[in-house]
Ligand binder design. Structure first.
Ligand code: GTP
Ligand code: MG
Length: 489
């Protein structure tokens, strides 16, 4: 790949940063852990539960350094990056434990530093600094744009928007597109209308439940302080993939803005955040995808392939071999596993493993060790046997959040209900093929099935003395062991 001048400047900046970080890490062993996932995947809850568990004594039998008592203590310290918002841990914990509500949605990147004092296996005392970075998966999915020209991006985006079921959502935008001539004079009003209709289409895709999660450019749906700027006012045009835009044309205007988007949004994210990560966990709301059917599952698969591709691109983009990104472990985690009976947790992992494996075989080598886990960072349900007719059914008990409804019944946030979690098939292939393979939650006492997206309140905790009680979880310790266990040997 030929490097342009701006690429070379970029590489010099990256190298300087890498050297600085390297010096830092040498004296003060540090892991930068990236936590990402699409909107509502469970990032905020995961980080809150992780920090609460490490600082307040969680139950982590599979996290070896913790279970064997080698971790003396873990404490919060001021974070290293002054320009990044702090992860609002204290507030999130209060919301979860005292109000028994889930924390509000977060839209920006945030960071928190945790310092862990531990004893090495050989007895020596050491300190490991864990910097946790929460960032939207939508930003990650922008990375492939770095390797794509405007024409390539427009071509791919248009092709995708003409496939079922997207075509229906793109109808208005397509109508407008048909009135545009890419080679005509540049025209701000045409660009504004195209960008608005294109953004409406992206939003409609996102809102159709889980389906269709592959949607760069990510900032179109979370513009923040760039709202209304030219860098966010462009859209695909019908242009030849290998063509070049005539001077002064609408096409040239779109190209310029697409490149501006890369300069002001994608490159800074890559340089300041992504390229500095050591470990990465990608949270996936796989159950929502199963609930939406095979189409959503194929979409999820494509999104995971896209994500793996980002890690590969992270390795090859711009970088000399000396300063390649250093992510060496990636964990894919299916969240909210407390919506399933424990007998299905391994199956959930199997489906995710199968989905990632397919994606991994298409993406080239990411150079990182990859694993999968099914977890619930905060377990909101308990298990019970419920009598139905002559049978005893393995069920889960939880308190639906106030305002949740199912089968015409509205919940007040106080009553516990028993639901019967659908079984996942033993063979993951069935989910990809068939309809009706997974039905999600249904009522345990009747055979009504409209419980699929029921949200439970966080659990009621029993206080033991003055200590803050531990939050229950599923396999959070397994995730920790993979993500940082080896650095606490
Ligand atoms: N039952 C259960 N629900 C969970 C769990 N984690 C997350 N959720 C649900 O998923 C929702 C989203 O979780 P968040 O942690 O806010 O997700 P996020 O990825 O930070 O979302 P954004 O900030 O909007 O990008 C929560 O409001 C809960 O309803 C879990 O471990 N168990
Ligand atoms: Mg969040």
């Amino acid at each position: 790949m030929a490097l342009s001048f701006s690429d070379i400047v970029e590489e010099a900046r990256l190298s300087a940063r890498a050297l600085l970080d390297y010096g830092d890490h040498f004296f003060n062993p540090t892991i930068r852990l990236g936590v990402t996932g699409l909107s509502r995947a469970g990032k905020t809850v995961f980080i809150t539960a992780l920090i609460h568990g490490l600082t307040r004594g969680g139950r982590f039998p599979i996290f070896e350094p913790f279970a064997t008592g080698r971790i003396a203590r873990a404490r919060l310290e001021p974070q290293p990056d002054d320009a990044v918002p702090r992860f609002d841990y204290e507030n999130h914990v209060r919301t979860l434990i005292e109000e028994r509500r889930w924390p509000n949605s977060t839209v920006d990147i945030s960071e928190l530093r945790l310092v862990i004092d531990y004893q090495r296996q050989n007895g020596a005392d050491r300190t490991l600094t864990l910097d946790i970075v929460d960032y939207p998966g939508e930003w990650l999915l922008d990375l492939p744009l770095l390797n794509k020209s405007y024409e390539q991006w427009a071509h791919e985006g248009l092709a995708l928007s003409r496939e079922r079921p997207r075509a229906r959502l793109a109808a208005h935008w397509h109508e407008h597109l048909a009135t545009l001539n890419a080679e005509s004079r540049e025209d701000e009003q045409a660009a504004l209308a195209a960008a608005r209709l294109f953004t409406d289409y992206l939003r409609a895709c996102r809102d159709e439940r889980f389906a269709m999660s592959l949607l760069p450019p990510g900032r179109f749906l979370m513009p923040g302080n760039l709202a209304g700027s030219p860098a966010l006012t462009f859209a695909p045009l019908e242009v030849p993939v290998d063509g070049s835009a005539p001077d002064g044309s609408l096409w040239a205007m779109m190209v310029r803005r697409y490149e501006a988007y890369k300069d002001v949004v994608v490159r800074p994210f890559f340089r300041d955040h992504f390229s500095r990560l050591d470990r990465q966990i990608v949270l996936v709301d796989a159950l929502a995808a199963f609930n939406s059917g095979p189409e959503a599952l194929h979409d999820l698969e494509a999104a995971l392939a896209g994500i793996l591709d980002c890690f590969r691109i992270g390795r090859s983009t711009l970088l000399s071999s000396l300063f390649r990104p250093r992510i060496d472990r990636i964990l894919f985690a299916a969240t909210k596993a407390d919506h399933l009976h424990h007998s299905s947790h391994d199956r959930l992992e199997a489906v995710l493993r199968r989905t990632v494996a397919k994606a991994a075989s298409r993406a080239e080598d990411t150079g990182a060790e990859i694993d999968v886990v099914a977890l619930a960072a905060v377990r909101a349900t308990r298990e019970a046997q419920v009598q139905r007719g002559r049978d005893k059914l393995p069920s889960i008990l939880g308190t639906p959040a106030p305002g949740e409804t199912a089968n015409g019944e509205a919940f007040d946030g106080k009553t516990e209900v028993a639901t019967f979690p659908g079984d996942l098939p033993a063979d993951p292939e069935e989910l990809f093929k068939g309809d009706g393979a997974f039905r999600g939650l249904s009522s345990a006492t009747t055979d009504k099935t409209d419980f699929r997206f029921l949200r439970f309140r966080p659990p009621q905790l029993e206080r033991e003395g003055a200590d803050e009680p531990a939050l229950p979880h599923i396999r959070l310790d397994r995730a920790l062991q993979f993500l940082i266990g080896d650095r606490l040997q």
